[in-house]
Write a protein that binds this ligand. Structure first.
Ligand code: GTP
Ligand code: MG
Length: 293
């Protein structure tokens, strides 16, 4: 019997949803970082084996929204719950449920979707703490199944895949078996550059950054030329992103290029430009241009 369906991955920001999704599908599509609010848009990927096909929707982690961009992110997360067959709720081994999580849990219960709980980062906690978190969240969510996992160490990923497939309805493949994502190479490239800014820059600066690929062209010899704008909120941020003698921008550029080359399996010539768009996170027009609508 072949099963197929859509699974939304939801939970608090920074619990490891995107890292987990990348490990479930076996490929790095979603960007990840130690900072909160890394994922901004809903991102779809597909996993297929001989028993079933799972369409994953990675979502922005729920948090307390403070601007129009983060309001949009919370909306995406809440809304995705009603569009799917099963919800994969990701939590950490902690002994309390946060306020944003509580709201999300209520939304999931209203939508009456089957829930699988994954307590991630089990490599960081004692077994007793993991068990306690499973009890706490399973109860609140009325979860059908619960699995302790570590996305980073690859623990129990196969078990989680099997559990998710077993809860999906019987049905045909929704996508070709070799489909991995519907994201374009262009948008993944932009996200990779944003990931490198998140990982290299401190404090509030990376939260105020967006990346837009302005040009993406392949030469006859296969080299790909990419030009991208790094958009930030203030002149002072621009200076920090460029760094002394251009050193920071160079570092971001090199790290990005290596990842994009890996993704595209081609040589890449990447040019980055830093632009200031004052308070863009509050500007509906700019948000729309960047696809955050
Ligand atoms: N120790 C440990 N760290 C992990 C694990 N999974 C993810 N992380 C780390 O947790 C941090 C957040 O991971 P993300 O995947 O970006 O988290 P997220 O839930 O997608 O975050 P948002 O997109 O902001 O909602 C990163 O630094 C990951 O490397 C894990 O199993 N163990
Ligand atoms: Mg994420």
């Amino acid at each position: 019997m072949f099963r197929s369906g859509i699974v939304a991955i939801v939970g608090r920001t920074n619990v490891g949803k995107s890292t987990l999704m990348n490990h479930l599908i076996g490929m790095k599509i979603a960007i990840t970082s130690k900072k909160t609010q890394t994922t901004r848009r809903r991102l779809q990927t597909v996993y297929t084996n001989d028993r079933g096909q799972i369409v994953f929707l990675d979502t922005p982690g729920v948090h307390l929204a403070r601007n129009k961009l983060s309001e949009y992110m919370d909306r995406v997360a809440y809304k995705s719950v009603s569009d799917v067959d099963t919800v994969l709720f990701v939590a950490e081994p902690v002994n309390y449920i946060g306020r944003g999580e509580q709201q999300m849990i209520e939304r999931i219960r209203e939508a009456r979707k089957p829930v699988v709980l994954a307590v991630n980062k089990c490599d960081t906690a004692e077994e007793a703490a993991v068990e306690q978190a499973i009890g706490l969240y399973s109860g609140a969510l009325d979860a059908r199944e619960a699995v302790a996992v570590s996305a980073l160490k690859g623990i129990n990923i196969d078990k989680l895949t099997d559990t998710l497939i077993s809860l999906l309805p019987e049905g045909p493949m929704l996508y070709d078996e070799d489909t991995v994502t519907d994201e374009t190479e262009r948008s993944i490239a932009a996200e990779i550059v944003r990931e490198k800014t998140l990982r290299n820059l401190r404090d509030e600066i990376p939260h105020g950054i967006a990346v837009s690929v302005m040009s993406f062209k392949e030469r006859p010899d296969g080299i790909i030329d990419i030009e991208a704008d790094i958009i930030c909120e203030k002149d002072s941020h621009k200076g920090i992103i460029i760094g002394r003698g251009g050193s920071m921008l160079k570092k971001i550029g090199t790290e990005s290029r290596l990842d994009i080359e890996e993704l595209l399996q081609a040589r890449v010539n990447l040019k980055l430009f830093v632009k200031v768009r004052r308070d863009w996170r509050q500007n509906p027009m700019i948000l729309k241009d960047l696809g955050y609508t």
